[in-house]
Design a protein around this ligand. Structure first.
Ligand code: 5AD
Ligand code: SF4
Length: 477
């Protein structure tokens, strides 16, 4: 889930479970003199960042509210990945501004990628907000709020080469107390030609390994049973201790987190096909608590388009990585991101993407049509020449292929027994629990007495659709 231009299909991956524009709140409300209300859009990293922002605000006497009407401060954590995501945020800012007319002391702030991309524009030209804070400047938020209170401009969009917020303990927002995100790195150095992220989130940097382990250990001790390690490109995680004596790569980090406790499940996202190593795959296969699920965005199944996208791998390379995954981790589920209608894409090249969905047997994909982003290499050097009707038709074909594939792979699970972590009540009924298996597939099953979220159970799958599985408990662990 990134924005309404995105088409969600199949089984939602954990990092994108939250609904678009979700209002984040605390499980245990804290009181504060001033109330803040925060909405988040876009990727899991934004949701994770909102938890850092909440922690910073709570330290400065702000308390959360779920009702924007009662807030003194409204924040929107924004996404710039496609044009539609930005349009949605602008509409929300207009709604917030109508509240401000009735309550002039209300402060409105924009955080995240749009703040970084548009800088002072939302403040000065569009006059939609009072404060603008980029992804690396959240520590400055209390100071910017004080400035804005005094009628000064509250803007900080400086990007940093070091900031990882390693020492900030995120306030878990909207949490079920079972699963949590841990941000392990920030930024991206890849420069895929379509992508605005390297410009809005800056250079790649990895967080201190031991601050990650401390955060995961603390979560486990507080009853959480699953952590998702987050980064734009987790395979390029690398950390060197200040004395230079220790170097940790992503496979080693995974292993260290897995060793915290066998009952703490470990997930991660996102993997890059050019960087994912066999060492990572062997580490996944070695530890039962590292989930057998890899989100490996292909973007396109055609080598010429991949080269225009500057993805730095071709179709053959991608297929070899998928073969290695299935060889080393035979029951691994793989999911993907796909962009259709990229500059100059022909019908034959589009067919290559369709055939990749089938060949790679994706359990699900996030599918988008190309949206040109100002300032990106593609916007500068290539022509966005595929008409919108063609983009939409190709997207529909891709969606249809993925629906079929998701159903096929899910039907293969009927009769199998999986270890499932209970996350809460199923969406449909209080008589049922929902939980995911290692492959990140959501399974709904009737409750049994004395079980609660955070418990592990064995579940036999009894039926499947393209979106989820149904089952029954066979054993309690
Ligand atoms: N247009 C459409 N989709 C995009 N993505 C990134 N940039 C664009 C764009 N300009 C998609 C990619 C990426 C996912 C997070 O969003 O598929 O993996
Ligand atoms: Fe964007 Fe590519 Fe970096 Fe992902 S890996 S954030 S698509 S530049």
């Amino acid at each position: 889930m990134y924005d309404e231009n995105a088409t969600l299909l199949g089984l939602k991956k954990d990092i994108n479970e939250a609904k678009q524009g979700e209002v984040l709140y605390f499980n245990t409300p804290t009181s504060g003199l001033r109330k803040f209300y925060i909405e988040s859009y876009g990727c899991a990293m934004n949701f994770s960042d909102s938890e850092i922002v909440a922690s910073i605000l709570a330290e400065h006497g702000y308390g959360p509210t779920r009702e924007m009407e009662s807030a003194d401060l409204i924040l929107v954590n924004t996404c710039s990945i496609r044009e539609k995501a930005e349009d949605t945020v602008r509409n929300r800012l207009r709604v917030f501004n109508s509240l401000k007319k009735k309550k002039p002391a209300l402060m409105i702030g924009v955080l995240g990628c749009m703040a970084e991309r548009l800088k002072s524009k939302l403040l000065e030209q569009e006059k939609l907000v009072d404060i603008v804070v980029g992804p690396d400047a959240y520590r400055d938020l209390p100071n910017l709020l004080a400035k804005a209170d005094d009628g000064e401009k509250g803007i900080n969009v400086l990007l940093s080469r070091e900031e990882t917020y390693a020492d900030i303990s995120p306030l878990r927002l909207d949490s079920n107390g079972v699963v949590a995100y841990i941000s392990i790195m920030r930024g991206c150095d890849n420069m895929c030609s379509f992508c605005v992220v390297p410009f809005t989130r800056g250079r790649e940097r990895s967080r201190d390994t031991y601050s990650i382990i401390a955060e995961a250990t603390d979560l486990y001790e507080r009853g959480f049973r699953e952590v998702t390690l987050l980064g734009q490109n987790v395979d390029s995680y690398k950390w060197t201790s200040p004395d230079g004596a220790e170097r940790v790569n992503f496979a080693q980090l995974l292993e260290k987190v897995a060793l915290i406790h066998p009952n703490l499940r470990v997930r991660f996202s996102t993997s890059h096909p050019k960087d994912i190593t066999d060492e990572v795959l062997y580490t996944i296969s070695k530890y039962e608590n590292i989930c057998n699920y890899i989100h490996l965005p292909v973007q396109s199944g055609n080598s010429r388009i991949l080269s225009l996208m500057n993805r730095t791998y071709d179709r053959d390379w991608y297929m070899q990585r998928v073969e290695s995954i299935y060889r080393i981790i035979p029951d691994c589920a793989i999911s993907s991101d796909i962009i259709t209608g990229f500059c100059s894409e022909t019908e034959d090249e589009h067919q290559d993407t369709l055939s990749m969905i089938i060949w790679a047997k994706y359990s699900m994909s996030y599918m988008f049509f190309y949206s040109e982003r100002p300032g990106t290499p593609a916007a500068k050097k290539l022509v966005d020449d595929i008409p919108e009707e063609i983009k939409k038709r190709r997207l529909q074909e891709i969606v249809d292929a993925q629906v079929h594939m998701s159903l096929d792979v899910n039907l293969l699970d009927v009769g199998k027994i999986f270890k499932v972590l209970i996350e809460g009540d199923s969406k449909r009924s209080e008589m049922e629990f929902k939980g995911r298996n290692g492959q990140n597939k959501m399974i709904n099953f009737p409750k049994k007495e004395n079980l609660k979220p955070g418990d592990y159970v064995m579940v036999r799958v009894t039926s499947a659709t393209s979106g989820s599985l149904k089952g029954e408990i066979t054993d309690i662990l």
